[in-house]
Design a protein around this ligand. Structure first.
Ligand code: PSU
Ligand code: MN
Length: 298
């Protein structure tokens, strides 16, 4: 299978210029239209202002694109037939000539395959609260364990079991590194009671930790935890109540599988009068900014 980088992305990789990989599920189902498209445009602008090439990754009619044009972003942002594609589904999506938005697992896999070193997202997938009965644990975690990339995020999807996810990341050998924080950020909130053993406060140190990991033969990702700005956060106490209510509603409506994330995100946005969406956009753009600076520092 061939991956298709845009001319801009190909030129940048060939000339050793900085490139930042982005997933596209955040555009397809993480945010509503038109905020999703506006988010992408702002993310691209942040990258270009830092002389970094943005490389959003998506499968369009069976072709794996690395670096999207405006029409392709519009397609991912508006078309309900776009599938959510994790790493194991790249092949079936390509073979069937289908379109798919990439998650952390598929986007990081493809980014690594084409030679990109840094990837920014909002929150990674992880271990669900009802893991004991459902065994629901995101492929993102396994993927992070076998993909040598710098991955910038603000924690895990807000409605997951953070403690179990942190344990799993340890089991899977994924390095956690706080960026200007000594505790694991909670997506909508900038801090938590979960201590991070290591942190740095500049991008050069992120790059040098990653290089040491590579030199010692590690194949796993370096997960950089970048908390949302305090001025944009929603206090944990407030958001946790809202998340619990949304989960109850989801169970009542018997929503399962792939429908859970869109349902919960919509419900949380409704209950916070869209503040959660603003916070989500703020943290994701902040991760793009940090990711672009890290890519530039290589
Ligand atoms: N975090 C969010 N919203 C999202 C995602 C993460 O707040 O939509 C997406 C990311 O693309 C992540 C994926 O990789 O969800 C994980 O999905 P799952 O839990 O089904 O593996
Ligand atoms: Mn899952």
């Amino acid at each position: 299978m061939k991956y298709t980088p845009s001319k801009q992305v190909k030129d940048a990789i060939n000339n050793n210029r900085p490139v930042l990989a982005l997933e596209s599920t955040i555009i397809a189902s993480g945010m509503p239209y038109p905020q999703n498209k506006e988010f992408y445009n702002k993310a691209a602008e942040i990258c270009y202002n830092l002389d970094v090439v943005p490389a959003a990754i998506a499968i369009i009619n069976g072709v794996v694109h690395v670096g999207l044009d405006q029409n392709q972003v519009e397609h991912i942002a508006t078309d309900d037939s776009v599938n959510k594609i994790s790493k194991r589904e790249i092949g079936v999506c390509v073979q069937g000539g289908l379109s798919g938005a990439t998650t952390v697992s598929s986007a990081s896999h493809i980014a690594n395959a084409v030679g990109i070193k840094v990837f920014s997202t909002g929150g990674i997938g992880g271990v669900h609260k009802d893991y004991k009965s459902t065994l629901d644990m995101s492929q993102d975690l396994y993927s992070l364990s076998e993909t040598p990339l710098v991955v910038v995020c603000s924690g895990v999807k807000s409605f997951l079991d953070v403690e179990k996810t942190i344990e799993s990341l340890e089991t899977l050998g994924v390095t956690l590194l706080g960026y200007k924080t000594s505790n694991f950020p909670l997506f909508y909130s900038s801090s938590s009671n979960f201590a991070l053993p290591f942190s740095v406060d500049n991008v050069e140190d992120v790059v040098s930790v990653f290089k040491c990991n590579l030199e010692s033969g590690l194949k796993s990702s370096l997960l950089v935890l970048n908390p949302v700005h305090k001025s944009d956060q929603i206090p944990a106490k407030t958001i946790n109540k809202i998340i619990s209510k949304s989960i109850s509603k989801m169970k009542l409506n018997k929503i399962v599988g792939k429908e859970t994330t869109p349902f919960l995100l919509k419900n949380i946005a409704k209950q916070t009068k869209n503040k959660s969406l603003e916070t989500n956009i703020s943290l994701a753009l902040n991760n793009v900014r940090l990711g672009a600076k890290i890519a530039k520092s290589f």
